[in-house]
Ligand binder design. Structure first.
Ligand code: FES
Ligand code: FE2
Length: 417
């Protein structure tokens, strides 16, 4: 049952998009409706990279919303995504994070599935012969083909795998829209990817706060000492904010300036004039031809993923909600198969900016946690996101919360709130 009928009090008191009720981040019923409408229906969800499962039989366990799924390459080389719930009595049968398999079997009663999710074996299906007669077994009309694993719709672009429980979902390229697809293809332009490593953290905050964080160009030059001091991301950088037609996805596009003192650092407490690096290889930035002009493009694809290029560090960040006030955040740092050894070292060093303990990203995890605490403490209140106006549109500067307003315009429509 959809929870729409069970939300009785009005959630949002006006019809704007700039004042977001705190309840939007804390309410269990709203969260259940988000899972149904934003994760399980009508949307493509990130599940992983092709490079994580290069060989037939390779699999990786992951989630869409709160539903456990398995991403697997079958013997024909095709990529499948199946739900990790046994068709017999519902066991979440796959316990390993990743591995290689000829088939899947559920440990409980050994039902066996091929790598496309078809049921191929049921022990004692035809019963047991005892004293000259057959006892038990499945009914004579039992059809294995009716009892496979739930299969998801899959779309692969540039080595990135998306899946959806909704087989009616629009094509991935329509879902992203032309402008976001353009930025997506800039990063995933057909080169083979190379996995460099993972980070994983649990952040005690609502999952949308992570989307908001990467739709918020206001904070990086203020919160992050690292960015403002070394010029990686500041309000005076040349920039563009771009959304798809429905305002659900976005790209924050920025070109690095010089760093150091300037108009935008005066009075900024996080700017540390005297701060210098003992090991400056962390900022040994080499311009790569595929970047074009921008030095950083941060893409938010609703609801489940962020694609990061911040100079030579590239990663995917997978949002995995668990309840209205917590989500797991899984970072996959990657490079490209044709990278030199030196470039791989460089990407790995710059990856220290990001992840749970990153010089930059540790700040974001903490402010999200503290925001959630504020929402819980003052449940009748609302967020004020009116920097740059009260409507949503693309801009060519960063002093605006337009992308956050855009996401809530979309969210209100899908959620019917
Ligand atoms: Fe999986 Fe019985 S629950 S085989
Ligand atoms: Fe940040």
């Amino acid at each position: 049952m959809d929870t729409a009928s069970t939300l009785t009090e009005p959630v949002w008191k006006d019809d704007g998009i700039s004042r977001i009720p705190f309840r939007v981040y804390t309410d269990e019923k709203l969260y259940q409706r988000e899972l149904e409408r934003c994760f399980y229906r009508g949307h493509w969800n990130y599940v992983g990279l092709e490079a994580e499962i290069p060989n037939p039989g390779d699999f990786k366990r992951t989630v869409i919303g709160e539903r456990s799924v398995i991403l697997v390459r079958d013997q024909e080389g095709e990529i499948n995504v199946v739900e990790n719930v046994c068709a017999h009595r519902g066991m979440k049968f796959c316990r390993e994070r990743s591995g290689n398999r000829k088939d899947f079997h559920c440990p409980y009663h050994q039902w066996n599935y091929d790598l496309k999710g078809n049921l191929q074996g049921v022990p004692f299906r035809r019963g047991v012969k005892q004293d000259g007669k057959v006892n038990g077994g499945m009914p004579a009309d039992f059809k294995p083909q009716d009892h496979g694993l739930t299969r998801l719709k899959v779309s692969v672009r540039g080595g990135v795998v998306f899946a959806s429980f909704d087989h009616e979902v629009e094509p991935l390229e329509d879902f992203l829209g032309p402008e976001i697809t353009g930025y997506f293809d800039r990063l995933f332009n057909g080169r083979k990817l190379k996995i460099l490593g993972y980070n994983k953290q649990r952040i005690p905050g609502n999952w949308k706060l992570m989307q908001e964080n990467i739709k918020d160009p206001y904070h990086p030059g203020l919160l992050h000492t690292w960015f403002v001091t070394f010029g990686l991301w500041r309000a005076d950088n040349k920039s563009r904010l771009v959304m798809d037609e429905q305002f659900r996805h976005a790209a924050m596009v920025s070109t690095r300036g010089q760093g150091g003192k300037g108009e935008v650092t005066s009075g900024v407490a996080s700017f540390k004039d005297q701060m210098a690096l003992q090991d400056d290889r962390i900022l040994d930035i080499v311009h790569e031809p595929w970047w074009g002009d921008p030095t950083a493009v941060m893409m938010t694809v609703f609801p489940s993923v962020i694609f990061q290029q911040q100079v030579n560090s590239v990663s995917t960040r997978h949002i995995q909600p668990n309840g209205p006030d917590s989500f797991d955040f899984v970072w996959t740092h990657f490079g490209f198969e044709d990278d030199t050894e030196e470039m791989t070292r460089r990407r790995l060093r710059q990856a220290n900016l990001f992840g749970p303990a990153g010089f930059v990203s540790a700040d974001d995890g903490e402010v999200i946690e503290c925001s959630q605490e504020g929402f819980t403490q003052k449940p009748w209140h609302r967020v004020l996101a009116e920097l740059g106006g009260t409507t949503a549109e693309n801009t060519d500067h960063m002093v605006t919360e337009t992308l956050i307003r855009g996401m809530y315009a979309y969210w209100r429509k899908v959620m019917e709130i």
